[in-house]
Design a protein around this ligand. Structure first.
Ligand SMILES: [Zn+2]
Length: 210
């Protein structure tokens, strides 16, 4: 496919010896974006996903439906936020991804709008890992980061600080941010948080007090 070949040539120019790894990261990001929609963890163009390879960050594009993203749509930026490659602009939340990478050892960040987590985000309430397996996997409650406008450095810093060494945080009136050593792990964290949020809300229909 000519577009893929052209992209691979450009990749070797901008990423040199790491071009192969960066191409794999782009494929992982595109797969995770489509999978997030398939799993009901987000919809439309809401959300963004990235994978870090050294100084390079492969991130979803701005304004493209998550369920439609192909690996050739993924944008490459540096850890300094400079766009190196891509047909589109990077997600407007790229600052949030970079702030997290600067502060901790994580190779993947996902930001999604899972419906049940978003209910907690609207209410400004944390999610307790009440399910036995969620407690083991998440390690502690998923805290809420106070509201800041999407796409701002203010939001990026708040999220990265609140995340600390944790696996996920809720952004008030917005959605979820989860991290992992791989994008597969980060997506799994998002799914476990969403399943926990759903179980809590449904158990309240049975007058269970959580
Ligand atoms: Zn969002």
């Amino acid at each position: 496919m000519p577009r893929e070949e052209a992209l691979r040539r450009l990749l070797s120019q901008v990423a040199g010896g790491r071009a192969g790894e960066v191409a794999e990261a782009m494929k992982d990001v595109a797969w995770a974006a489509r999978k997030a929609v398939e799993l009901g963890l987000t919809s439309l163009s809401w959300g963004n996903i990235s994978v870090r390879v050294g100084d390079f960050v492969a991130i979803t594009p701005s304004g493209v439906d998550m369920g439609e993203i192909e690996w050739t749509d993924i944008v490459i930026i540096t850890m300094g936020g400079v766009k190196l490659l891509g047909l589109y602009e990077p997600s407007s939340e790229y600052r949030l991804h970079l702030e997290i990478y600067k502060r901790r050892r994580a190779n993947a960040v996902v930001h999604l709008h899972p419906p049940f987590v978003t209910a907690f985000a609207l209410a400004g309430r944390p999610i307790k890992p009440v399910l036995a397996e969620a407690e083991l996997f998440l390690g502690g409650e998923v805290r809420v980061v106070g509201y800041a406008p999407p796409g701002t450095q203010e939001l990026a810093v708040k999220v990265a600080e609140e995340m600390g060494d944790g696996k996920a945080v809720i952004m008030e009136r917005h959605g979820l941010v989860a991290v992992g050593h791989t994008v597969f792990e980060a997506l799994r964290v998002a799914l476990v948080v969403e399943e926990t949020a759903r179980a809590i809300l449904l158990s309240r229909c049975l007058d269970h007090k959580i």
